[in-house]
Design a protein around this ligand. Structure first.
Ligand code: TXA
Ligand code: MG
Length: 358
């Protein structure tokens, strides 16, 4: 039923979308259909969060594991109270400060959203995206909108409508093309269902920003290790290897000079093996890797620029058909924390240059 749909494409002005198109796509969501749309982070795949059948279609279209819950997108802060058991003061302060924006808050679920949205948890994730198209669509739908990133499960999140089309054409009802998403990595996910705020996924709102409003924050232990975690993670999405391109990705971390030297050695080894090797690096280093297919992503002094280009670079590597991807790491500061988190989870191997080379 999912495959073989005719996906309708609409181009919209990101700042001022055509009200007629928004009315029509809002109605598709209200009727139980699937609509992909731009947000300020990545493209989302939206369905009515009140319609369990529509939510089931999201999981089917993406091939998403059933135990990975979805974020519910709202256009008005007033809607929060109708969806949760209560709103702790710290949560309200954070929402007032950072909404609309790339912060998802996890609160105790009030039993209103469709069960599949929560994937069996007793909490619900809420976010208000900072994008005129997303906000207009949610308002037109008249319902809270459950929306994961609009990619096939396990693929890098889409930062352009072309990325969405490559993954989901024929599997969804409509796609609103509002140009490139801004930040390029998904929202910060913060668990506020207990006492102290727990960072589950780093994103556009940094730990420092959260601390300045909530007073405290702790990092989920899975963030320290970075790679796929075992046991029962607090955020089910974190146990899956994610954001993965087709070729294995090796992440290099350490001093810039050490990283560059090691990548050059690994290229030489790969070339001798006859492998086609790709390198994702900072723009200023692009000329340092002869013998490799180089895809630059941002400058070293601007982690936000790296974030904006990272997923596009991973998808580009797939199109280039490389056998191996070598990626330069970034400093885990500010937006760099989100970039490091995504790179680590895309990696099959992390090489720390601090360690001596055998
Ligand atoms: O920026 C974003 O957040 C994008 C745009 C489209 O809004 N959405 C997005 O959704 O990244 P998705 O489904 O790709 O990631 C949602 C993450 C997953 O890691 C999921 O496990 C976690 O949020 N999550 C959702 N509900 C949760 C809950 N109740 N408790 C813990 N984690 C939850
Ligand atoms: Mg996702």
């Amino acid at each position: 039923m999912i495959d073989g749909k005719k996906t309708i494409y609409w181009h919209v002005d990101a700042a001022k979308p055509d009200p007629e198109i928004i009315r029509e796509t809002g109605a598709i969501i209200r009727r139980g259909g699937l609509v992909a749309f731009p947000t300020e982070t990545v493209y989302g795949l939206g369905a009515s969060a009140l319609d369990d059948g529509a939510v089931a279609d999201i999981f089917r279209a993406k091939g998403r594991p059933q135990d990975n819950p979805l974020i519910v997108h709202l256009a008005d802060l007033d809607r929060v109270w109708g969806l949760v058991v209560d709103v702790p003061p710290a949560a309200l302060a954070l929402m007032e400060k950072f909404w609309p924006g790339p912060l998802t808050v996890i609160l105790k679920d009030g039993g209103v959203v469709a069960p599949r949205v929560r994937a069996g948890l007793d909490t619900v994730a809420l976010r208000m995206p900072d994008h005129p198209v997303a906000l207009a669509l949610i308002r037109a739908a008249g319902v809270p909108v459950a929306a994961p990133s609009a990619n096939l499960s396990g693929r890098p999140s889409p930062t352009t409508a072309e990325h969405v089309k490559a993954d989901l054409d024929g599997r969804i009802d409509a796609l609103l093309d509002g140009g490139p998403a801004g930040l390029g990595v998904e929202s910060t996910v913060l668990d506020l269902s207990g006492g102290i705020p727990i960072l589950l996924r780093p994103g556009g709102i940094t730990p420092g920003q959260i601390k300045s409003v909530a007073g405290e924050i702790i990092l989920d232990p899975s963030l320290e290790s970075g790679g796929p975690v075992s046991g029962r993670p607090r955020s089910p999405g974190m146990k899956y290897r994610h954001y993965a391109p087709s070729a294995p990705l090796v992440l290099l971390e350490g001093s810039p000079a050490g990283m560059i030297k090691e990548i050059r050695l690994l290229i030489e080894e790969a070339v001798i093996r006859g492998d086609r090797v790709g390198v994702i690096c900072r723009e200023e280093n692009a000329a340092l890797y002869p013998g490799a297919v180089v895809v630059p992503a941002g400058m070293a002094d601007n982690p936000a620029g790296v974030a904006a280009e990272l997923y596009g670079a991973l998808r580009r590597m797939d199109l280039l058909g490389v056998d191996l991807i070598l990626a330069e790491g970034v400093e885990p500061l500010g937006m760099g924390l989100a970039v490091v988190n995504r790179l680590r989870r895309a990696a099959v191997k992390i090489v720390n240059i601090g360690a001596a080379r055998e």
